[in-house]
Write a protein that binds this ligand. Structure first.
Ligand code: HAM
Length: 435
């Protein structure tokens, strides 16, 4: 038979396998602890949504909607109608849809978090993938600046839990829609005055989304963007107060930040507070977490209006930063490795292992790669490689006596002792990890 060509993963979409997957689990566990500490509850929404949710929610002229969504037309139903569907490029729109659809805010605000894959057809590079993972936190139904501040404190608590220090917080206020309209007119007038300096992207955006020109990555245009009218100077009294109240909480908590008037975010649903956590340690893709307030999104997708604020972090980027900062992540190892010289003993052995696991002992059972169980030497080699602190030896002599041998593998002593198969509960605790 001729060999079939190897099928590989899709470009920009990664497999997450051991040992790296242990780092993901460790991060997720830390997230669950921190979320619980702030009383945020888990929410899970579908990976696919109606395309309209994103075109209406994120903004027609954002990069994501214009060119990065994985969208397709579903099969026709019996009436000949076919849905336009998209893989979610982010988690907020889907969550907001779910909250509105299930009337979750009927008895007051909700604090939610999610973790999962997102899809954007970007050019893959370090820190930028086509399937990537976000962990997001969203507080819906709360209008006050204290919740914006709480979300920032939540992120900071998470960085501390993870042991991350190499980050900066950037903050801005995008004001309210009418303040933005005023600023937008001032921006267009400014850029029109300097039309000869605009690149193609900026010219295209001038009348659709001039705010995004401020976010230009083109070095030739940075000076022009730098001199543009600042939204923060167009804020009204209420918006300014909101911003100041967020800052007061950060100041009281000793959280340093810089106000970046050019921070506009890549999605259109924001108003008032926006923020990003950035690092210099990851090269070009240095934003590890971004978010802000989106008080008009729920209404925009057809729900009953309610204020909301949230953020999402990029899991791949946070993990890479952990690596850069040399944060040690423990590798999971079993407490014990079962060495089984003779396959005929397996039924009795596996009964014992099952009882051990019920006592909370993590046990890896030896299994042969070919016929039979393999030599004792090869089994002990595997036991060593597993990282287990004990070998459980189910030899013929031991079994005949209704016993097995425990052998210490890591403390250098190689100490052995015989224990009874019938009395697992009596000695199981000795095997359990103490840390
Ligand atoms: P975003 O800034 O588009 O915001 O994405 C949040 C984070 O996801 C980014 O800061 C980055 O760490 C990560 N990320 C984005 N794209 C990629 C990619 N292609 N590869 C790897 N990581 C990526 C949002 O998605 C909003 N939903 C955040 C939010 C929640 N705002 C309010 N609530």
């Amino acid at each position: 038979m001729s060999k079939s060509p190897q099928i590989t993963a899709i470009k920009g979409m990664n497999d997450i396998l051991p040992p790296v997957s242990a780092r993901w689990e460790w991060l997720e566990q830390a997230v669950r602890r921190v979320m619980a500490g702030f009383a945020y509850r888990n929410a899970r929404t579908p990976i696919m949504e109606h395309t309209q949710l994103f075109t209406r929610g994120l903004g027609e002229v954002t990069d994501i909607v214009e060119k990065e969504m994985y969208s397709f037309q579903d099969r026709q139903d019996k009436h000949g109608d076919a849905d336009h569907l998209s893989l979610r490029p982010e988690g907020t729109a889907g969550l907001v849809r779910a909250v509105a659809e299930h009337n979750l805010l009927y008895d007051g605000g909700k604090r939610l978090f999610y973790m999962g894959p997102m899809f954007r057809r970007e050019r893959p590079q370090r820190g930028r993938y086509r399937q990537f993972h976000q962990i997001g936190a969203e507080a819906l139904g709360f209008a006050g600046p204290e919740v914006d501040a709480e979300l920032i404190l939540l992120a900071v608590a998470l960085w501390r839990e993870l042991g991350l220090t190499n980050w900066r917080l950037e903050l801005n206020s995008l004001g309210q829609p009418e303040e933005r309209r005023e600023h937008r007119a001032a921006l267009i007038a400014y850029f029109e005055q300097h039309a000869d300096q605009l690149d193609e992207d900026a010219r295209r955006r001038l009348h659709t989304n001039p705010l995004r020109i401020l976010d230009t990555k083109n070095p030739a245009m940075q000076a022009l963007a730098e001199g543009a009218p600042r939204l923060i100077d167009h804020l009204g009294e209420a918006s300014r107060k909101h911003f100041d109240a967020v800052r007061a909480v950060l100041d009281a908590n000793g959280i340093a930040y810089t106000i970046n008037p050019r921070l506009v975010r890549g999605l259109d649903y924001y108003n008032l507070t926006v923020f990003e956590f950035v690092t210099e340690a990851l090269g070009a893709q240095g934003t590890i977490c971004g978010g802000g307030r989106y008080d008009y999104l729920i209404e925009q997708i057809g729900g009953k209006g309610a204020p909301a604020v949230g953020w999402a972090l990029g899991v791949e980027r946070v993990l890479e930063l952990l690596q850069e900062e040399g944060v040690q992540v423990p590798e999971p190892v079993p407490d014990a490795y079962a060495v089984i010289p003779d396959a005929t003993a397996l039924p009795a052995v596996m009964r014992c292992l099952q009882a051990l696991r019920a006592e909370g002992v993590a046990v890896q059972m030896h299994a042969g790669a070919g016929e039979g169980m393999g030599s004792m030497k090869s089994q002990f080699k595997r036991a060593d490689a597993s990282g287990a602190r004990f070998a459980l030896i189910f030899g013929a002599d031991e079994l005949a006596a209704g016993e097995l041998t425990l052998k210490a593998l890591r403390d250098g002593s190689g100490a052995q002792s015989r224990v009874s198969l019938a009395d697992v509960a009596g000695w199981a605790a000795r095997l359990k990890s103490t840390d």
